[in-house]
Design a protein around this ligand. Structure first.
Ligand SMILES: C[S@@+](CC[C@H](N)C(=O)[O-])C[C@H]1O[C@@H](n2cnc3c(N)ncnc32)[C@H](O)[C@@H]1O
Length: 274
């Protein structure tokens, strides 16, 4: 079986998927992530296939399980592929066609179910454990979650990788009853990407600045966290210098707001540098 090599960003997302989970990759585009998950080592080389899960194979059979384990005892599952069901979805037909080609190329036929549609609307209640939405804007991601609250359970893990509006996404999640359990950074081609892992729960916010820089910066390698904070400082400084040119009172208020933000980032940076 050909093995796909993921870029560091997608690889970090893949590593966050718990073993034996039912997973969907929304906005899959090329399908690399689901293909990687589907082609993980199955331990003894046994195959996972698209047959209907046998009734006694699971305590709570889902009507929509795409991939199930055939002829396998329950206690064997810990040695199997990280996922027991993989769905790749996209709003556009073209990316799904590319994903289909890649599925064939990487010998993953029958291991991934393709679904055409927008966001979480392609899912039914409690159909998956893990929801991955990567490579899209934070606002779009929050809209997708917002319009599909009724299909989520309190066990769902959301692995989100917003390209912009990370702060707005964290605000949305916490205001909507999610707890952010991980804030991870990954560097690829000189850009630092933020990965947010959330699940249903109460999140206590000690300071607004954490919406901006994440609540769990300490989970990351020290040097990467420092580089990330320095980049944040540069972008806040840029906003301040743009505001300096404007003389409106609104701009002055914004300037003071961003100066306060800058001071907080500098303080956190100082702590990380120790
Ligand atoms: C930039 S690509 C990201 C691909 C991949 N997830 C990654 O991180 O490398 C964005 C993909 O999301 C899809 N997309 C955009 N809006 C969507 C929506 N509302 N629901 C599902 N997919 C969507 C696009 O068609 C495109 O294939």
């Amino acid at each position: 079986m050909k093995k796909i090599k993921l870029t560091p960003r997608l690889d970090m997302i893949a590593q966050l998927v718990p073993r034996n989970s039912r997973v969907i990759d929304i906005g899959t585009d090329h399908g690399y992530l689901p293909i990687f998950l589907a082609s993980e080592d199955n331990g003894d080389g046994s195959s996972v296939s698209l047959t209907q899960r046998e009734k006694d194979d699971t305590e709570e059979p889902s009507p929509c399980i795409a991939m199930s384990l055939t002829q396998r005892e329950k206690d064997d599952t810990k040695e199997l592929s990280p996922c027991v069901a993989i769905i790749a979805s996209d709003i556009n037909e073209k990316p799904l066609a590319i994903t289909k080609k890649n599925i064939i190329k990487y010998d993953c036929v029958n291991k991934i179910e393709l679904r055409l549609g927008s966001g979480l609307k392609v899912l039914e209640y409690n159909e998956v454990d893990v929801i991955i939405i990567a490579g899209m804007g934070g606002i779009l991601i929050s809209e997708m979650i917002d319009e599909a609250h009724d299909i989520l359970t309190d066990q769902n893990i959301l692995i989100l990788q917003p390209m912009q509006a990370q702060k707005e996404l964290r605000e949305y999640l916490i205001q909507s009853g999610f707890e952010i359990i991980k804030d991870l950074l990954v560097k690829e081609d000189n850009r630092i990407y933020e990965i947010i892992v959330a699940k249903e729960g109460k999140h206590i916010v000690k300071d607004e600045i954490y919406y901006e820089i994440g609540f769990h910066l300490e989970m990351n390698p020290k040097l990467l966290a420092i580089e990330f904070l320095k980049k944040k400082k540069v972008s806040v400084n840029k906003i301040i210098s743009n505001l300096v040119d404007s003389s409106s009172s609104d701009a002055e208020n914004k300037q003071s707001e961003y100066r306060r933000k800058l001071l907080k980032i500098e303080k956190i940076l100082l702590k990380h540098n120790q």
